[in-house]
Every structure is written in structure tokens, then in C-alpha cells.
Design a protein around this ligand. Sequence first.
Ligand code: CA
Length: 234
Amino acid sequence: MGAKKVLIVEDEEDILKLLEINLRKHEYEVTGVMTGEKALEVVKNDNFDLVLLDLMLPGIDGIEVCKALKSNPLTKELPVIMLTAKGEEGDIIKGFECGADDYVTKPFSLKVLMARVKTALRRTENTAYNKDSVVSIHNLYINPKKHEVLLGGKHLRLTSAEFKVLHLLASKPGWVLTRYSIIDEIRGEDYAVTDRSVDVLMVGLRKKMEEYGHYIETVRGVGYKFKPESDETK
Ligand code: CA
């Protein structure tokens, strides 16, 4: 397997350099550009595995770049991690609406950023979410074929929708799942599926998980994610 190719789109030179150096240190092949125009040009000539995309760019902004990437059949599978300013919740939501896969807020910790990069790349390696696969993370064990959930050694009794959501979240630790993608997953269940009912479902699920309810983290205004094992030491 060759080195993974990462495209960084960032107009602040210091941040661009910092990212380039660190990604190279982790043996990624890196291309850095400072404008959205340039980004859309280089993706035509190279096969990237991931894009780190700053949202605030001069000229075409990050949202427009993301839209362009996600509407082009050649680049729509390319994972995009947005770099957003802290507290810009509106940007994060817009980013997800245009198809971004994850986000990191500035100022970011390099450790967190590298973990997100790794997760994003791992996710594309096995893109298809397998509803039947056994998931084992922290002290949680889920066996879909047996419809069995063990948490801290205890059996959890979950509704079918709760089961699906927990399995989906735990299959992609660290990955932000929008309410929309969760709704998509449980559609057809015995549920009036709305944003609100997803939140209600999460409240119920966390309650059943008792002291481990914090494994499911709320991403304000966006959705939910499952606590990755690497976060345990933080
Ligand atoms: Ca910027």
C-alpha cells in the first residue's frame, strides 16, 4: 500500500506549514494549496485520499470547494475534513450540509487532528458500513446476528431502532453522524422519524447505557458521535 495522499487547503501560511510538516512526519504524501481555485485545479490531476479544507478562504470559500468536490462524480467519495473557527456552529452545519465528512475546530491539537485524519482514511478503506459485523469497543460488545448487546458485562435490552443507532455509532468511533444520517438508518422502523425523535431516542439509549452513556457524545447543532478508544486518556 502506497503512502496516502492528503490535500491541504489553507490560506494561513503558518498553519499550512505546520500541517504539511506533521502529515509528512506521519508518512503521508502532502500537497498544500492556499486557495479554493487552486484546490479544484489540483484535484483534477491527482488522486487524493483525503482533503483538509479550511472554510475561510479568499476567493472561493471552503463551502463552495466542498460543494464542488461532492457534486463531481470523480471526487464525491473523497473524504473532506473541514477546518473551522471555534464557535462557528453555523459553518459546521453548512459544511455538513454540503457533504463534508468531519470537522476540526481551530485552534486544533495536532494529536486530535492526526487521529481524525487516520479515522477518515480508515473509514474509506472499508467504506461500506456492515450491519452484520460484530463491534467491540471499550467495554461494549454488539453482535447484530444475535441481536445481542453487552455493556460492562451486562445485557442491554434495546429497541430495534436503538440497537441500529448504537451499532452504527459504535462502528464508526470518532465519526460525527448527522441526525440526517441517523434518520436515514432507522427509517422504516416503528418511528415517526424527525430530528427531535432522534434526540429523544438518544436520551433513551444513554439512559439504558447508565454510567456508560457518555460514550455517545453530542455534537451541538449537528448530531452525535461515539467516543473513540484513543480519547480515553484525555
Ligand atoms: Ca483561513
